[in-house]
Design a protein. Structure first.
Lengths: 132, 137
């Protein structure tokens, strides 16, 4: 049965709650420890981006079942300033904040599927999927 | 305010991170450690992360900052106990934790710190005696 949960990301405490919820979902999908760690780490990076760069937002957690395989899909949404140059933002080491610039590119590497849509002045949506 | 305890063991400071840290708590740890190094004249810091289920780029940056700041204050930092799944994920994330010394566990970390900062001669002799005693038993 599909499980869906939507959570708000408004504080650094919320980022911790998102990590814990993603861990629970990953366990339910049947991920091993390494896969759990990868998707939780990706979620942590993206939730922090939503908070720090998007000014807060939401994440939707969904379990997936396609044919015989199961997966976990995370959709991060914010109504922040948007990203003018997505390709640049995905490059390692690029940051407009005080971070290492590893978050977005790192999250992409930790997921099996990665999508980003951003409109300047309207917000950003990032979708990551990891399959078991 | 929530804080991560810092223990003093001789000339070393010992931190065991046992909670899922939010970002501000990690920043507080960085500030607290720098203050404690200065207050205690510690010359080594050991950070046990064996209870950490993830290390993301933010925590990686904080660990790197702690290592750099303590070095500027004449103290060495060793991070110990990283879980294998965390190490695998870190590499894929793209973090190499450059400049951070690591050891598998607390015992090896302490040995590395002692070897790096150099133990006072008297203590080194005492340790040798202990080892000989053990050998005879």
């Amino acid at each position: 049965m599909q499980k869906i949960e939507e959570m708000k990301i408004q504080s650094s405490a919320d980022v911790v709650l998102v990590r814990q919820a993603v861990r629970q979902f990953a366990i339910e999908v049947g991920f091993g420890l390494v896969d759990q760690t990868k998707i939780v780490t990706a979620a942590s990076e993206l939730a922090r981006n939503t908070l720090d760069y998007g000014g807060g937002g939401t994440v939707k957690l969904e379990t997936l079942q396609e044919g015989g395989r199961r997966g976990l899909k995370l959709t991060f949404d914010d109504q922040g300033p948007g990203i003018p140059d997505v390709d640049m933002a995905l490059k390692d080491g690029f940051t407009t904040g005080g971070g290492l610039g590893m978050g977005l590119g790192g999250a992409k590497r930790l997921a099996n599927e990665f999508e980003i849509e951003s409109v300047v002045g309207e917000g950003t949506r990032v979708i990551v999927v990891r399959w078991k | 305010m929530e804080r991560i305890p810092i223990l003093q063991m001789g000339e070393f400071l010992l931190v065991t991170i046992q909670v899922d840290m939010h970002d501000r708590l990690a920043m507080t740890l960085q500030d607290d450690l720098t203050n404690r190094i200065s207050q205690t004249n510690a010359n080594g810091v050991l950070i046990d992360i064996s209870a950490l289920e993830i290390v993301d780029s933010f925590i990686g940056r904080i660990l790197g900052n702690i290592a750099k700041m303590s070095r500027v204050m004449d103290a060495e930092t060793v991070v110990v106990g990283m879980q294998p799944a965390v190490a695998i994920t870190l590499v894929e994330l793209g973090l190499s934790l450059t400049g951070i010394r690591t050891a598998l566990n607390v015992e090896k970390g302490m040995a590395l710190l002692r070897a790096t900062v150099g133990e006072p001669a008297t203590e080194a002799i005492a340790t040798e005696w202990d080892e000989e005693d053990d050998a005879e038993d």
